[in-house]
Design a protein around this ligand. Structure first.
Ligand code: PRP
Length: 205
């Protein structure tokens, strides 16, 4: 039995869909309830729903053998896991965004609001730009609107959240997609099962 961590939320449905199409269905997972774990002995998988940013923690600690996580989460937390496959789903971009007419004034420290402080620091330090980070948990777009920050570093998918808040993407930092990841020990000891899963998924991407 392989334990699989799936990200709940907007990536979750696509993540389960590709697993099911690869032959790892688990019908009980689609029932409308608040259960968090589901297993299908016939296909040898036990799924559980995790907060997207927690998926690599479960996989790194080995309570999940494998999981699906966005490249954004992997670059922010740099977990010690194997990244085995780009699933080509959940595609979006990590961007610097702000008012469309924003002009950076290099004589001032740039105030950056984000859920991704490590990514933001790495991006600006590579450019020698001094910043102060305002770490928020969500609804990042509010920060420049209310004057809490000059810009944000955040995920842009359709761009509608920015547009509806009179903001615009200013720079793309990197493209994002969901990755299939594995625990390092599981990959060694359940190699055949995990490789089989990767190969079935690879045919669909
Ligand atoms: C993410 C991100 C943006 C939005 C972008 O937030 O932080 O706010 O999606 O998507 P769009 O370009 O399609 O509008 P999420 O919905 O995950 O919620 P959050 O604000 O709680 O982070």
């Amino acid at each position: 039995m392989l334990n699989v961590a799936l990200p709940k939320g907007r990536l979750g449905e696509k993540a389960y869909d590709i697993m099911a199409r690869a032959g790892y269905e688990c019908p009980s997972l689609l029932e409308p309830n608040r259960k968090l774990t589901f297993e299908n002995p016939a296909t040898g998988v036990r799924y559980f729903w995790a907060k997207p940013s927690d998926v690599p923690i479960y996989v790194e600690r080995g309570v999940a053998d494998v999981g699906i996580a966005g490249k954004d989460i992997l670059l922010e937390y740099e977990p010690e896991v194997y990244e085995l496959l780009d699933l080509n789903i959940g595609k979006c971009r990590m961007c610097v965004a702000g008012p469309a007419d924003f002009r950076d004034d290099p004589s001032r420290t740039l105030r950056v609001a984000t859920k991704f402080p490590h990514i933001a620091k790495t991006y600006y330090s590579a450019r020698g730009r001094e910043i102060s980070i305002i770490k928020l948990g969500g609804s990042i777009e509010i920060a420049p609107i209310l004057g809490l920050s000059d810009v944000i570093v955040d995920i842009v998918e359709t761009g509608s959240t920015l547009l509806e808040n009179d903001l615009a993407p200013l720079r793309e930092i990197f493209p994002i997609s969901a990755r299939f990841i594995a625990n390092t020990a599981s990959y060694k000891f359940q190699y055949a099962e995990i490789r089989d899963m990767v190969e079935k998924l690879a045919k669909l991407v």
